[in-house]
Write a protein that binds this ligand. Structure first.
Ligand code: GLP
Length: 263
């Protein structure tokens, strides 16, 4: 696993956006590049930088298919806290050449949510699998909505959210945890780790415990993000603030080995 430590959030986002753009630009296969995407506050700076690069002609999304990680169960597209709304508001609507038909987001209003999840897995496979999955994690280490003790081989399905996650996410729902949907549709840990490359953003003091568990802890379903240790091409992009619980020797090791990546 690589851990690229940047001085602050802005540099973490700039590095991650360039990495994604480089991968899209280097894609030579005779099929579109398939990109997995997260929501949350962590990726917002990456989306802003990718939009800037797209408008400047530095990266095109004309040959990119996207699959989002998750969606709240029971929220329609037009709900301002649906992940469909978030993605269009923060990213897709600002790209000059993203094709709407290439955007895939789990339908939180599907009549049969399990069938919707099975359809999603089939569509990912039909597109040739995911080339690069960008993710973020929750303070409890959840990747997409795979809370602690979700199987590390899980596939896309319906997930119950923990009370802690509903409390954390209530900042977007008028600070009312009860207003946060209790369930979500989410790709599985296995869906993410099947991707050819995984890039996870971890920033801020409140993620320090999760970063240490991801990088230094045992591979365990208690910290679902720790599954990334078994992936051949996993990268954590983080800021200094998130490194507070790493041991000093790990911190120094990653700064040393990734010194050319430091912005
Ligand atoms: C939500 C999403 C996750 C995201 C997490 C962290 O729970 N389902 O995919 O990674 O929030 O969000 P933030 O980046 O705002 O800390």
């Amino acid at each position: 696993m690589r851990v690229v430590i940047q001085e602050n959030y802005q540099n973490m986002c700039a590095w991650a956006a360039k990495h994604i753009a480089d991968r899209i630009n280097a894609h030579k296969e005779n099929r579109p590049f398939v990109l997995g995407l997260p929501t949350g506050s962590s990726p917002i700076g990456v989306y802003q930088e990718l939009v800037r690069m797209n408008k400047a002609g530095e990266v095109s999304f004309a040959n990119v298919i996207t699959f989002n990680m998750d969606e709240y169960l029971g929220l329609p597209h037009e709900h301002d806290q649906s992940y469909w709304y978030f993605m269009h508001d923060n990213f897709f609507d600002h790209l000059v050449d993203m094709k709407p038909e290439n955007i895939n987001i789990l339908n939180g209003m599907a009549e049969d949510p399990e069938a919707e999840c099975a359809r999603y897995e089939e569509k990912i496979a039909a597109c040739g699998g995911i080339d690069l999955f960008m993710g973020g994690i929750g303070v409890d280490g959840h990747l997409a909505f795979n809370e602690p003790f979700t199987s590390l081989t899980s596939r896309t399905g319906v997930r119950a959210l923990t009370t802690d996650t509903r409390i954390v996410n209530s900042r977007f729902f008028g600070n009312d945890p009860e207003a946060v949907p209790a369930k979500a549709l989410s790709v599985g840990i296995g869906t993410v780790t099947d991707s050819r490359e995984v890039l996870v953003l971890i920033n801020g003091h409140n993620k320090a415990r999760a970063l240490a568990a991801t990088v230094e802890g045992a591979v365990s379903q208690k910290w679902t993000c720790s599954a990334l240790q078994l992936h051949p091409n996993a990268i954590i992009a983080c800021d200094e603030a998130a490194c507070g619980e790493l041991t000093v020797d790990s911190y120094k090791y990653f700064l040393d080995i990734e010194r050319e990546e430091r912005l």
